[in-house]
Design a binder for this molecule. Structure first.
Ligand code: NI
Length: 171
């Protein structure tokens, strides 16, 4: 396994829709393992393939407290959403240090293929539902700050720029 570099926003790969995974090959299994290792190391609760430079519809997630419930979702689709929405603070490994409130559906049902090629339909709520919506956005070429008002979006970008300039100075 290997820890992969995480693509930082803004980057064109984070802005384009990803392609379906057509076959679960050795390469895909390796990518899934590397993405999981990268996510745990960061640490984060979810990571989408474009965030490690691969424009493929694939995500890894683990929202468990003990970090022992790894899920790999291949070609995931949200097939049902609750009418009820909730607002929570979100962050992203591609935009470190930025935390903003985003409105999401409280519950979703996601259909995906696992690494064994089995089709799974899974209802989700709470943090898992939010994480699914956040990660699936990445597969569409959307990042969480795209959901913000223009003003808040610009403010987040400015903050990110400032953080990077400071990091570069202290490096
Ligand atoms: Ni993200």
């Amino acid at each position: 396994m290997a820890i992969l570099p995480i693509v930082q926003f803004p980057n064109p790969i984070l802005e384009k829709p990803c392609a379906d995974v057509t076959e679960i090959t050795t390469d895909i299994r390796q990518l899934a393992a590397d993405m999981a290792e990268t996510m745990y190391k960061a640490p984060g609760v979810g990571l989408a393939a474009p965030q490690v430079g691969r424009s493929l519809r694939m995500i890894v997630m683990d929202v468990s407290e003990d970090k022992n419930n790894l899920m790999t979702l291949i070609n995931p689709e949200i097939i049902e959403v609750s009418e009820e929405v909730c607002t929570g603070e979100e962050g992203c490994l591609s935009l470190p240090g930025i935390w903003e409130k985003v409105e999401r559906h409280t519950a979703v049902t996601v259909r995906f293929m696992n690494l064994e090629g089995e089709e799974i339909t899974m209802p989700a709520e709470g943090l898992l539902a939010i994480c699914i919506q956040h990660e699936l956005d990445h597969l569409k070429g959307t990042v969480f700050i795209d959901h913000l008002s223009r003003l808040k979006y610009d403010r987040a970008c400015a903050k990110l720029k400032k953080r990077r300039a400071q990091a570069a100075k202290s490096a």
